[in-house]
Design a protein around this ligand. Structure first.
Ligand SMILES: [Zn+2]
Length: 319
């Protein structure tokens, strides 16, 4: 009677992790996300939950709570998704209430990067005691989630950590937000792939993927190397920005682009090292060990969602 489920609802797929009262993983499931309507989004989410329960040999009546991360602007106080373009939610939608009604358990709803930050905080806290952390997600977009004094920090408008839209090169390309030279427009996955188009001969007529550009750079392809070195230089500054703005214990980096592994990490560490060589302040604020890449097999999104799931206390159960 004490199972919790964490859900990471993405624009293309929804992942679920079911755990017992001791946080032990019992079952997982992943389905494509149906964004054709809010009703279908909710129905699809319920079917992922049921699939994870089935995989664990459990049933819905054993579930006590769910945590959910979604890519968009969320008001955690009333559980409304204000805007989630990737989920096709362009008007405010009471997703938390809809999921609570459909699942029959209390649900916590949070922005996906913040949810992953909470998962990263739990992961990093297992290695050493921590008070604060910035989780930098680098994928289709760039954003950070902040844990300060052991609590998720949202800011006054739920925008804290949205550093992907900080302009860092006024001469840079125009960003989807309208500004020029945002970090995201320079160093996120699509920006890297866009810089490779036309600059690197494509093999077999296929457009180069971001992962391929990282591979080619690691293999010494000069144009790819230049693109990745420049991206690493921007990203090292983003890491430093987080450390200087919030003075966190750790910066944990995750997101799809980091799956390039050493091809991602090596140039980033080199760029950080070059910054340290220029400044004793940087050297003291950004030692190598303060910055870690989350392991590819650790799903911070679903784990963070599990830890956000509101566990009803005895009083609430009696009601
Ligand atoms: Zn922007």
């Amino acid at each position: 009677m004490t199972l919790r489920i964490g859900l990471d609802i993405g624009g293309t797929k929804t992942a679920a992790l079911l755990v017992d009262a001791n946080d032990r993983p019992l079952g997982r499931a992943t389905h494509p996300t149906d964004v054709s309507s809010p009703d279908r989004l909710v129905a699809g989410t319920v079917s992922v939950v049921d699939h994870a329960l089935r995989n664990a040999g459990r049933s819905r009546d054993q579930l006590i709570a769910a945590g959910v991360g979604v890519p968009g602007q969320v008001d955690p106080s009333d559980g409304t998704v204000r805007l989630a373009v990737n989920l096709n939610l362009r008007e405010p939608y009471p997703l938390r209430q809809a999921l609570q009604d459909a699942l029959g358990v209390p649900v916590a709803l949070e922005n996906d990067v913040r949810t992953a930050a909470w998962g990263a905080f739990h992961w990093a806290s297992e290695q050493e005691p921590l008070n604060s952390l910035a989780y930098l997600s680098i994928g289709t977009g760039i954003a950070a989630g902040l844990v300060l004094d052991g609590q998720l920090y949202r800011g006054a408008h739920g925008m804290a950590g949205e550093i992907g839209h900080i302009p860092i090169d006024p001469a840079g390309p125009r960003c989807i937000c309208g500004a020029y030279g945002c970090l995201e427009a320079l160093a996120a996955g699509p920006a890297i792939a866009a810089q490779a188009i036309g600059a690197i001969p494509n093999e077999g007529g296929q457009p180069l993927s971001t992962a391929r550009v990282y591979q080619l750079a690691a293999a010494g392809q000069p144009v790819a190397h230049q693109i990745i070195e420049r991206a690493a230089s921007y990203l090292s500054r983003a890491v430093y920005l987080l450390l200087m703005a919030y003075d966190v214990d750790k910066v944990v980096i995750g997101g799809g682009v980091t799956l390039a592994g050493a091809a991602f990490e090596r140039p980033l560490r080199a760029a950080m090292s070059a910054m340290r060589a220029d400044s004793p302040l940087t050297a003291s604020m950004m030692p190598d060990e303060k910055v870690v890449i989350i392991p590819p097999d650790y799903n911070a999104g679903v784990t963070g969602a599990v830890y956000l799931a509101p566990v009803p206390n005895v009083e609430e159960i009696r009601k």
